[in-house]
Design a protein around this ligand. Structure first.
Ligand code: NDP
Ligand code: MG
Length: 386
């Protein structure tokens, strides 16, 4: 076995996945890329495989298996397809850390497999913790597995508590850019277009998280993600809108002291920290200049207009299966919005209707999550119609 760190990237063709590959390419003596996986983008997966020579690749879309297999047949790279293969490749003995950079509920099962196999998790796929935070954190504890956050806000919190693990957190503040519709009234939100929603002011990301950022669902998902990652109560997690996206989040300790982590918005930094922790490697990333940002501003989020954030707090307070139903409804709603089947404000309306349609299940097991996800999706699809 090599003494380099074996990495598996689930979702290497996405926004986080491609940036993770840039990080890995920068430190060839430290990382050993073992596995990359894609959903549908076979061409990019092939290009990445030819450049990085991983041990295995997985294409989610089974229709594209032959194409990938033929392109890589004489390169000594194993090619697999489908959901089960994702769960198996993460278990390889050569893999030390699994970066979960696929989007949505699809991340849950491979993450469970990776934890069961004792792999360190670099978690970008926040939906996994939103859906099944209770199960995932229990399992990680049982297996002695560390979950390092990739999400910039959670990486910020993590960076603030390194060296403070014995000091309880009083409160955390997750910062939010506010997205393209910051300051909009409920009436103004009615008329917004898909193109406007896809234009995030500060970050370039995949389509789903970009829409979630515009609707503040992303911040709602992050609040739930933080609860599980840092073992906090709902009352200990606050959201503050910070349009410049320079302060990535803050921790307040029990003596009243606050620590913030700052920097220009660039996901490569939190990706790298999750992969190299406890080390910090030198980078040539652009450095922050105070004079470019003479004013850093903060304001309260409007939870009456952006109802998704309220819904997420409710899910967090009530525990059980609600966050799983909320996530499923939201995945269907965002997909429908991206396909112009519903309007922007209908995303939050649909989420609320679906969440209200089910009674909560406390202390859910894996089957409960699978069934609740299925039922919530079905309900959301029925509500959207055709
Ligand atoms: P993208 O949509 O850009 O990429 C998603 C990746 O997952 C692609 O490689 C895609 O493959 C793959 N994929 C999608 N669906 C499936 C599936 N059903 N089975 C297997 N693979 C699948 O998303 P992002 O990179 O933006 O986000 C990834 C995760 O990271 C999300 O959970 C997001 O919330 C989180 N995150 C992202 C941030 C960002 O800056 N982008 C910041 C913080 C968190 P393909 O394209 O080949 O179909
Ligand atoms: Mg984030």
């Amino acid at each position: 076995m090599s003494d380099k760190k074996g990495i598996a990237i689930l979702g290497s063709t996405g926004s986080i996945g491609t940036q993770a590959l840039e990080v890995i390419a920068a430190y060839p003596n430290y990382f050993d890329l073992q596995v990359i996986t894609a959903g549908k983008n076979a061409d990019l997966l092939i290009e990445q495989a030819l450049k990085f020579h991983p041990n295995s690749v997985v294409i989610g879309d089974e229709m594209q298996y032959t194409k990938v297999k033929e392109a890589l047949w004489d390169h000594d790279i194993h090619v697999y397809c489908g959901e089960e293969a994702l769960c198996q490749v993460v278990e390889s003995t050569e893999v030390h850390t699994v970066l979960t950079a696929l989007v949505g509920y699809a991340g849950l099962k491979p993450t469970i497999h990776a934890i069961n196999a004792g792999k360190t998790i670099a978690l970008a796929n926040k939906e996994t913790l939103v859906v099944a935070g209770e199960l995932i954190t229990r399992l990680a504890k049982e297996k002695g597995v560390n979950i390092y956050p990739v999400d910039s806000e959670h990486s910020a919190i993590f960076q603030c508590i390194v060296g403070e693990f014995h000091n309880p957190i009083e409160k955390i503040y997750l910062t939010a850019s506010g997205g393209p519709f910051r300051g909009y009234s409920a009436e103004q939100l009615q008329g917004v277009s898909l193109e406007q929603a896809l234009k995030h002011p500060n970050w370039s990301m995949g389509a789903k998280i970009t829409i979630d950022s515009a609707s503040l669902m992303n911040k709602g998902l992050e609040v739930i993600e933080a609860k599980w990652l840092f073992g906090l109560k709902a009352e200990q997690i606050d959201v503050i809108v910070h349009p410049q996206s320079i302060v990535h989040s803050l921790v307040q300790f029990e003596d009243g002291s606050m620590k913030a982590q700052m920097g220009l918005p660039d996901m490569k930094l939190p990706i790298q920290f999750a992969l190299t922790y406890p080390n910090r490697f030198k980078t040539d990333f652009q450095r922050f200049n105070f004079m470019d940002y003479p004013q850093l501003t903060f304001e309260s989020p409007d939870r009456k207009v952006f109802k998704n954030l309220d819904l997420a707090y409710r899910a967090m307070h009530e525990n059980g299966i609600i966050a799983c139903s909320l996530n499923a409804a939201n995945e269907v709603a965002v997909d429908a919005f991206l396909n112009k089947k519903i309007s922007f404000i209908e995303i939050a309306q649909l989420n609320e209707t679906v969440v209200n349609s089910f009674t909560n299940i406390l202390n859910p097991n894996y089957e409960d999550y699978v069934i609740s996800d299925f039922n919530a999706r079905k309900k959301a699809i029925e509500l959207i119609g055709n």
